[in-house]
Design a protein around this ligand. Structure first.
Ligand code: ZN
Length: 141
């Protein structure tokens, strides 16, 4: 990876850490789930609002390291408005990326987290919000 690209990725993560998207409690959520990463001290609660088969809204609350917050923020952007099946597919591609299986099918700012695959302890930070999103959806059905 070029130094410029690494810098760009770094700035995306820092930006989402400073100004996380969809960072709020959702009063009318149809499901929510908490994720904890005791190794790092990350805590996140993900709220989902299903309308039929579509994620009409996704938000999160919590605290933790920059990676966990940026990843949860990017997650909400990636799956908002998608169907449950599409969200699952995005989850699978994200999981493949952070476990070092390449960035195929990854779009937008999510690629900023591809470097995480080089740091096994950070994979938990990056995956936390995603697993909580999946759990929140599972609780709904
Ligand atoms: Zn962390």
């Amino acid at each position: 990876m070029s130094a410029e690209l690494e810098e760009l990725y770094q700035s995306i993560i820092l930006d989402h850490n400073r100004r996380p998207q969809n960072h709020r409690v959702m009063a009318d959520a149809t499901g929510h789930a908490e994720g904890l990463n005791p190794l790092c001290g990350d805590q996140v609660t993900v709220f989902v609002k299903l309308e039929g088969d579509r994620l009409a809204d996704v938000s999160f609350q919590g605290h933790g390291c920059a990676i966990s917050k940026a990843s949860a923020s990017l997650m909400t952007q990636a799956v908002k408005g998608k169907t449950v099946a599409e969200s699952q597919a995005i989850f699978d591609r994200f999981h493949a990326m952070v476990t070092g299986q390449g960035t195929e099918g990854i779009t937008g700012g999510l690629k900023a987290l591809s470097g995480v695959s080089k740091f096994p302890l950070r994979v938990k930070c990056a995956s936390l919000g995603w697993h909580a999103m999946k759990a929140a959806l599972a609780g709904e059905t």
